[in-house]
Design a protein around this ligand. Structure first.
Ligand SMILES: Nc1ncnc2c1ncn2[C@@H]1O[C@H](COP(=O)(O)OP(=O)(O)O)[C@@H](O)[C@H]1O
Ligand SMILES: [Mg+2]
Length: 393
């Protein structure tokens, strides 16, 4: 049975190589890392190669050489799209069949494959008789994508929390003053007019109530501030090149669209910094996105984003994020790191204030140098303690 299949498979291989060379896949085929399938639409029989079966944890003999056997392995959530892609090609609307979908493995897990194929023969009426194609295992790439999205979500969540924290701190700052004013005035009134309370006990009760409520309002604000400020993550030895790599993966599409190729100048032996990974990531993401935004009006060829890092003798790590945008608008440069300072139509103006809060919390410093009409450079210094070097090794 296996020998017979092998003979047929060689014939199939020849046919598939023809399509494959059309699709410039021949090299990958030679590497034999592609699963191959050849489907007879009249008999519904499907011939596959070892790799096709092995990708799902089967041996060739354990698989059913039939269309229904294949269809049963496709993830139910992917099945409608798979069928639509297949129909699209079989009916001639699409030049070839190509789709990423999941298949059930022998152990019941799901494996992502990129499935490609093409009709090889049609009958006199143009109905497809035979189609063949390949499976490529793309599980690793899919896993990586999923992990990136998860980190993206975490980052967004952390960002929202930090913004909430920043708002709560500001609110607390703004409201504490009037609230303690109220408490002081009411307290002074209660103490200052003792004679009145004997004749007007209800007035005294009212004042007591005002005092109680204003104290309660202060407590509530303090509570919210403490709640959102609470750090869930423990500090760790953070590798900045890794963080930068993750950020650039996250915003890859944006950078490609805007034709910005970031230039990284990072020494290979850069020590780690001790801190909160998500916060540092957020801080760098804000600075990088600001730089990207700033270059919007520049001609595409003149958009340059540079991120450099170095460590000086005082064991201080310096990061620089430079762009070739217009520089910082003079009217806001003095207040740049304060909340709600923005020149963007849809800006919130919290990014740089968050950056400063994060850098401060890490015992570092952030500053900006603006070259009007030429660009801006944000410089962040972070301490690199002895502990950290030890952790990095
Ligand atoms: N790299 C940069 N080049 C020019 N201007 C910048 C740059 N980074 C920040 N700015 C200015 O600082 C303002 C505040 O930035 P930010 O706090 O991140 O808030 P937002 O991005 O929401 O406006 C921006 O609106 C912009 O005017
Ligand atoms: Mg911003």
């Amino acid at each position: 049975m296996a020998a017979c299949r092998m003979g047929r498979f060689l014939a199939v291989f020849g046919r598939i190589s023809r399509i494959a060379s059309e699709q410039r896949l021949e090299l990958a085929l030679m590497g034999a890392d592609l699963g191959l399938w050849d489907w007879n639409l009249e008999t519904r029989e499907v011939v596959i190669n070892d790799r096709w079966a092995e990708m799902l944890g089967y041996t060739l003999d354990e698989t059913q050489p039939h269309y229904d056997g294949w269809a049963r392995l496709v993830h139910p959530e992917d099945l409608p799209q798979v069928m639509a892609a297949l129909r699209g090609h079989l009916q001639g609307a699409l030049p070839f069949y190509e789709i990423e979908h999941r298949l059930r493995t022998k152990t019941g897990e799901w494996k992502w494959v990129l499935s490609r194929g093409k009709v090889l023969e049609r009958d006199g009426k143009g109905r497809p008789v035979r189609a063949a194609g390949t499976h490529m295992d793309i599980s690793v790439r899919k896993e990586l994508e999923a992990r990136l999205w998860m980190e993206h979500d975490q980052l967004c969540h952390a960002q929202r929390l930090t913004i909430a924290g920043e708002l709560a701190t500001m609110m607390a700052h703004e409201l504490n003053q009037p609230l303690s004013g109220i408490a002081n005035y009411v307290g002074a009134a209660i103490l200052g007019f003792p004679g009145v309370w004997r004749t007007e006990p209800e007035l005294r009760e009212t004042l007591d109530e005002i005092l109680r409520l204003s104290n309660r309002a202060s407590d509530v604000i303090r509570g919210i501030r403490d709640l959102v400020r609470k750090q869930t993550s423990e500090p760790e030895a953070v590798c900045l090149p890794t963080i930068l790599g993750e950020i650039f993966s996250l915003i890859r599409h944006d950078l490609v669209r805007r034709q910005i190729a970031p230039e990284l100048q990072i020494p290979p032996d850069l020590p780690r910094v001790w801190g909160h990974k998500l916060q540092l990531q957020q801080m760098l993401l804000n600075l990088i996105l600001n730089a990207v935004d700033a270059m919007q009006e520049r001609d595409k060829g003149e958009r340059r984003l540079t991120v450099s890092a170095e460590v000086n003798h005082d064991r201080e790590l310096t990061l620089r994020i430079s762009d070739t945008g217009p520089g910082i608008a003079p009217e806001i440069i003095a207040r740049l790191f304060q909340p709600f300072v923005t020149t963007k139509r849809d800006g919130i103006g919290l990014g740089l204030s968050l950056c400063r809060t994060i850098v401060d919390a890490h015992g570092g410093n952030i500053s900006v140098e603006s070259r009007p009409g030429m660009g801006a450079t944000f410089t962040v210094t972070l301490p690199v303690g002895e502990d950290v070097t030890r952790h990095a090794n």
